[in-house]
Ligand binder design. Sequence first.
Ligand SMILES: [Zn+2]
Length: 150
Amino acid sequence: MTALQKTLKMISSMTEAELSDLRLYLSQIPEPVSAPSSKEIPVRASREVLGTKSHGSKCYRLEKTKCGKKNCKCVGGDLHGPYWYAYYRDNGKLKCEYIGRRFPLFHPAVVDIAEKLQKKAKKKQDRIAKLLEISGVLRLQSAELRDRLR
Ligand SMILES: [Zn+2]
């Protein structure tokens, strides 16, 4: 039985007063915060967006930036970076957090991608194993046919 099934079973035997308490308790659990979509995040005039990905409650964006120094190469359009930034909402306010040139490998978004790639690789391996099996059967059958034709 899942936790939800157990809970539903318990709820069905609750008194009105207990249900009322439960409703109050549930109303205090905040809704999960979803990641802001890249479209909702304004692009600053000094930045250029190269890529985005979302994970959990954060939207990650790869951006090239201007540093603001007057005599820097970036004034002429040769921007710095690219660097990764994480965007998320804190009490409804959009926040930006600098991550760096590279995504740390243990980062949840990277772990996610790595898992997906692993799954894909496993599928491929399974398919190859199946094809080898089929080709083995075909080889046997063709050898049999050859023997019969002799
Ligand atoms: Zn600069």
